[in-house]
Ligand binder design. Structure first.
Ligand SMILES: [Fe+2]
Length: 230
């Protein structure tokens, strides 16, 4: 195993089913499929990379209040709601099978900026693809509305995921794709869809990974909203 670039970063494996089994249970780092030890599969081909935001009233999914695939407009709308949304660039070329520390190093300046602004303590890399035998289980767990007492910060190195944020009386559906950073503020009800054929690599930043707990609301609201088809 290679040495992480900076000592304060904790290199970990990803999350799996076991840690999401019950409410109020701690999420511990587990394993998703990796292309090799401490590396991630970067082969995503030529996929659509446009992000999007759709906003609905919480009680009426037929009434679209806002829709955009313009990154600036999406960021503005989310910022108004207290949600950080950014586009990160890198000069580095990440080859398939890149080591986790190389993935982090490619975005080091943005990571450092976020750490200095928000005080995050740790960073790691997770990846999941459609060959994972637990993909359906995992998808279902993330699809229940829940909150954390910490920010949920994700940067999409590759692939995609649909975050739905329940803020006041609206639902913000944020389709995140390669280059997108989203921070779901602490205590914001939300759910996440990785789709039936998940395929993503994400950098995660944590205030306190030991205290990162999913508190499920028990509300079935997520069932009424859109799913990610991939
Ligand atoms: Fe979450």
């Amino acid at each position: 195993m290679r040495t992480p670039p900076k000592p304060r970063f904790i290199m970990r494996q990803s999350l799996t089913r076991k840690d999401f089994r019950t409410r109020h249970q701690k999420l511990r780092p587990l394993r998703y499929r990796q292309s090799g030890q401490n590396s991630v599969d970067m082969d995503f081909g030529e996929k659509e990379t446009m992000s999007s935001l759709k906003i609905y009233p919480e009680r009426d999914t037929t009434q679209l209040l806002f829709a955009s695939d313009n990154h600036g407009h999406i960021a503005e709308k989310l910022n108004e709601a207290g949600v950080r949304f950014e586009k990160w660039q890198t000069e580095a070329e990440l080859a398939p099978g890149a080591a986790q520390e190389d993935v982090i190093a490619a975005y080091q300046s943005d990571i450092d900026r976020l750490i200095s602004e928000e005080g995050y303590q740790t960073v790691d890399v997770v990846s999941l693809d459609s060959s994972n035998p637990k993909k359906d289980e995992l998808r279902k767990i993330f699809l229940s509305e829940h909150r954390h007492s910490e920010d949920e910060v994700r940067f999409f190195v590759a692939g995609e995921g649909l975050f739905s944020l329940h803020i006041e009386d609206k639902v913000y559906e944020v389709l995140c794709r390669q280059g997108d950073l989203i921070s779901v503020p602490a205590n914001t009800p939300h759910w996440f869809d990785m789709g039936p054929n998940p395929n993503f690599i994400a950098i995660r930043l944590f205030n306190n990974p030991e205290g990162w707990v999913a508190n499920y609301s028990g509300d079935t609201i997520a069932d009424r909203f859109n799913r990610l088809e991939n």
